[in-house]
Design a protein around this ligand. Structure first.
Ligand code: COA
Length: 174
C-alpha cells in the first residue's frame, strides 16, 4: 500500500468495508443473518440491491431497498443502496474490494463458485468471501417465501415482519 506497489505487498490494506450484493426479492431472515455476521466482522457493510437483474421480480428496486433497510435498521454500520452494471466495477468505483456472499448449502456452491470466479476474472482485485448463515435459515430462499405468501402461508416464519406485511399487501390477504 501507500505506493509501495507489487501484488505481494498489501500491508495496510486491512479490510474495513465489504459489499453484500443480491436481488433481495425480498430480503429474508437468511439474508439478515448473513448481513449481521458481515457487519460484525467488517467496520462497514454496504448491502447493494441489484436494480435490474435478469430475473422476474415481485418487488421493484425501491421497495426491495426499503424492506432491506427496515430489516437491517438494528445494524448501525450497514447502509443499503442499489447498484446496476457489473458488480466488480461498481465495488471498485466505491473503493471496496471485498464482496460477501452467503453459502447456505452444498447446492449453492456451483452457482456461487461460477459467480466468484467470473467476478475474479472481470475484476482481479476484488475478493469474494463466503459466510454461512445460521442453519435455521439454510433452506430459506426468496422464491420459496414468495410462493408461500402467494398461497396464503405464514411468511413471517422466514422473513422480518415488515417483509411479511409487504408480501401480504402485494399478494393479497390470507
Ligand atoms: N438467505 C436466504 N436466501 C439466500 C441466501 C441467504 N443467506 N443466500 C442466497 N439466497 C437465495 C435467495 O433467496 C435467492 O433465492 P431464489 O433465487 O430462490 O429467489 C437466491 O439465493 C439468490 O438471491 P440473492 O441472494 O438475492 O442474490 P442473487 O444471486 O440474485 O444476486 C447478483 C446476484 C445480483 C449479486 C449478481 O447477479 C450480480 O453481481 N449481478 C451484477 C452483474 C454482474 O456483475 N455479473 C457478473 C458476475 S456473475
Amino acid at each position: 500500500a501507500g505506493g509501495a506497489g507489487g501484488r505481494g505487498r498489501r500491508r495496510g490494506r486491512a479490510v474495513k468495508e465489504a459489499i453484500y450484493a443480491g436481488t433481495f426479492d425480498p430480503v429474508t431472515c437468511g439474508h439478515v443473518d448473513v448481513a449481521e455476521r458481515a457487519a460484525h466482522v467488517f467496520g462497514r457493510l454496504t448491502v447493494a440491491v441489484a436494480e435490474d437483474p435478469a430475473k422476474t421480480l415481485l418487488f421493484p428496486v425501491e421497495e426491495r431497498m426499503a424492506l432491506a433497510r427496515e430489516s437491517l435498521a438494528h445494524l448501525d454500520n450497514v447502509e443499503v443502496t442499489s447498484f446496476s452494471g457489473l458488480l466488480g466495477d461498481w465495488a471498485r468505483a466505491r473503493g471496496v474490494h471485498t464482496l460477501i456472499r452467503g453459502l447456505r448449502a452444498f447446492s449453492d456452491f456451483e452457482y456461487e463458485f461460477q459467480m466468484a470466479l467470473t467476478n475474479r476474472k472481470l475484476a482481479p482485485d476484488i475478493e469474494t468471501l463466503f459466510l454461512m448463515p445460521n442453519e435455521d435459515f439454510s433452506y430459506v430462499s426468496s422464491s420459496m417465501v414468495r410462493e408461500i405468501a402467494s398461497l396464503g402461508g405464514e411468511a413471517e416464519k422466514f422473513v422480518p415482519a415488515a417483509v411479511a406485511e409487504a408480501l401480504r399487501r402485494r399478494l393479497g390477504p390470507r
